[in-house]
Design a binder for this molecule. Structure first.
Ligand code: IVH
Length: 670
């Protein structure tokens, strides 16, 4: 029989592994490495091998929930999924137009094109029978793809049932993608969790969709954009545009606002040029336009050659890459002391924008690329204005290139540099480092933090140099005299600036929390914290365990907060802020009005279609309240699999229990 100690260790191991499963599968935010996880799991299995009496149905060793499938099953497309021929420039498009006209002009007198955006994602097919989603696959080789129906079902924008009147049968084709903002957030998540970030939104979409565990896909911000059909029975649209409109009426996501018709090549070129200009302002990545003959009868007549239709082309944008030379590598010191390398480039135009700098991220990246001063490199703009160095042209080296070693001292203040454990970032350890102080100040006043307009880098630098401010609290004791001394600061501007400073004293607590620059506390986490703790004092008083109970607050964030509030220098700063009248407004936890207004939900157990925090967010979005524990005030308990004590308590109290399907139906997700 297992002794008490072994029993306790088994219970602890189960709880710990469960927690890491949740962090990994639901929040995409693992706190430990795979090897560490494996070690825990192995310990559990070893323990259970010696003490089989400890094995219960709840043990993570017995659960299949997160056991990945071996492989996706192949599915044949009823009609092949074709690919598109590319045209790279206006001349090539004009040739395409001529060939179409050559075939048809005599017959029709006119040709109309439908012009669409070419989204950069992953092609999928969804089959609806009598309006019901019954199959879903990747494009694969065009003839057969992989069965990813379960994953596709987790995408919020994909209807499980089409709105009537819908066709008897339709194979909907479209592109699954991730918006740029969501991609960046996902990568921050990945990096914070020590996982490798995705190279671009396309890879992130493909990686997220082809997960063997649907819970991972469900947690990723995937979207669909429909652009065509395979089989279609029960309706006969006459043009492509009409088809798109019908698809929209069936409840499918279609990008109609990005679509236009054109009567000739000149109009197509106009569309293309406009699209190129809009490209950087779009919330998603596109890599060109797709131009299709609008008339479906003409499309059928044109047919296809070698797996591409004759009636459509991809009119690709020029590459976002360019070749240039690294003229220098500067070291920037951030507000946490992190020293990051930035490449100074021989200015070069990349898809219409001159670039002279590229981010090198960190030393791991420098050694991965082996980039040196003097190197010829390929730079790429992928959504961001600041480009990345993607490749070094090693064959262009002449031996004079210089590697940049890890700095031994801070390039700004000469302070000593530390590199903690596995961190890839060296940091300046000098708390008084002026470069760090400037960055902390810049962050504090920035738009998403305390939002003090009129206090930019130039002003802050002058105030620092003249000893008028040392830390962020000093901003609140600035007076007219201090401001008049600044360059180009007249009475009116100074008055406005003082007003802006004053107004920021009562910014919402989440802004102050973000502005303080506590490690791992970004805007999103700051909001979560401010919702739970109405004052800084209450947050400062919260212990590690209490913090970790908050959804989305993991080990790292809890550690960072405890460390922050344990540091006397920080407490002094907070006290100084208070003395100078900074009194943040408690976060209004105003509930939105919605179909769930007045209802309190508790979510427990593992849901398959979304993470628990997503389900809670959904409840709040619809006007309800999501609570952490079951009480008499609870209206519904949503119980996923492995629901434990909360389910029991709900039953005792006679509270209505919903399973996941009923919850999805109630929230309109089914
Ligand atoms: S039409 C036969 N329209 O581009 C028609 N494709 O290079 C085939 N794509 O595999 C596709 N946006 O993944 C079409 N508006 C759009 C598109 C689009 C993106 C992708 C799709 C396709 C690839 C072809």
């Amino acid at each position: 029989m297992a002794d008490l100690f072994t029993h306790q260790r088994h219970t602890d191991l189960c709880a710990e592994i469960d927690r890491h499963n949740r962090l990994y599968y639901q929040f995409d935010a693992p706190e430990i490495t795979d090897a560490e996880y494996d070690a825990l799991f192995r310990e559990l299995l070893d323990l259970e091998a010696v003490h089989p009496e400890l094995v219960t149905a709840e043990s993570p060793s017995q659960r299949v929930g997160s056991t990945p499938l071996e492989k996706f099953a192949p599915v044949r497309h009823a009609l092949p999924m074709l690919s598109l021929k590319n045209v790279k420039n206006e001349r090539e498009f004009e040739e395409f137009d001529k060939s179409i006209r050559g075939t048809f002009l005599a017959q029709t007198g006119n040709i109309e094109y439908a012009c669409e955006m070419k989204l950069d994602g992953l092609a999928v097919e969804l089959t609806y029978e009598q309006g019901l989603l019954v199959a879903g696959s990747t494009r694969g080789d065009g003839l057969a793809g992989e069965n990813i129906l379960d994953n596709l079902r987790t995408i919020a924008g994909i209807p499980q049932r089409l709105a009537a009147p819908c066709p008897r049968l339709v194979d909907v084709r479209g592109e699954v993608y991730i918006e740029l903002a969501a991609f960046q957030k996902l990568n921050h998540h990945q990096e914070a969790a020590g996982a490798r970030p995705f190279a671009n939104p396309r890879n992130a979409a493909a990686g997220s969709l082809r997960q063997l565990d649907t819970a991972i896909t469900a947690a990723r911000p995937l979207k669909l954009f429909c652009y065509g059909v395979g089989r279609l029975e029960g309706t006969t649209p006459s043009s492509h545009l009409e088809l798109l409109q019908q698809m929209q009426q069936w409840g499918l996501p279609v990008n109609l606002t990005g679509t236009a018709t054109a009567r000739d090549a000149a109009e197509v070129l106009g569309y293309y040029r406009q699209l190129l200009e809009r490209r950087d302002a779009l919330p998603f990545e596109i890599d060109g336009a797709v131009v299709k003959v609008n008339d479906l009868a003409l499309q059928r007549e044109l047919g296809e050659v070698s797996r591409s239709p004759r009636w459509a082309v991809a009119f690709k944008f020029p590459p976002r890459q360019a070749e240039t030379v690294v003229e220098g590598i500067a070291l920037q010191v951030g507000r946490t002391g992190a020293i990051t390398p930035v490449a100074h480039l021989r200015p070069v135009e990349v898809s219409g924008v001159m670039v002279a700098r590229a981010s090198l991220h960190n030393w791991d990246e420098i050694s991965r690329l082996d980039v040196r001063i003097g190197d010829h490199v390929i730079v790429e703009r992928a959504g961001d204005v600041i480009p990345d160095v993607v490749k070094v042209l090693v064959e262009r080296r002449n031996g004079t290139e210089q590697a940049v070693p890890l700095p031994e001292s801070c390039p700004e203040c000469g302070g000593s540099v530390r590199k903690a454990g596995t961190e890839v970032v060296p940091r300046c350890g000098n708390q008084q480092c002026p470069a760090q102080a400037l960055q902390r100040l810049k962050h504090f006043v920035s738009r998403n933090a305390m939002d003090i307009e009129g206090l930019g880098e130039k002003q802050l630098m002058q105030l620092l140099e003249r000893g008028r401010i040392e830390d962020v609290a000093d901003i609140y004791r600035l007076g007219n005299d201090d401001l008049f001394a600044l360059e180009r600061m007249g009475e009116v501007l100074a008055g406005k600036l003082l007003q802006a400073i004053d107004a920021s004293r009562t910014q919402p607590l989440s802004r102050l929390l973000f502005a303080l620059g506590i490690r791992h506390v970004g805007e999103h986490t700051a909001k979560i914290l401010a919702k739970r703790f109405p004052t800084l004092d209450e947050l400062a008083g919260a212990g590690h365990e209490q913090l970790k109970l908050i959804p989305e607050v993991g080990e790292k964030v809890a550690d960072a907060l405890v460390d922050y509030f344990a540091d006397p220098a920080n407490l002094l700063l907070l006290e100084k802020l208070r003395q100078f009248g900074v009194a943040p407004t408690p976060e209004a936890t105003v509930l939105q009005e919605g179909p769930l207004s007045g209802l309190t939900f508790v979510i427990t157990g593992t849901l398959t279609r979304m993470g628990r925090s997503d389900a809670e967010a959904l409840v709040e979005q619809l006007g309800g309240r999501a609570a952490g524990s079951v009480s008499k005030k609870t209206d519904y308990l949503v119980a996923g699999s492995n629901a434990g004590s909360k389910l029991e308590r709900a039953r005792q109290l006679g509270i209505k229990v919903l399973d996941e399907a009923a919850f999805l139906q109630m929230t309109g997700r089914e």
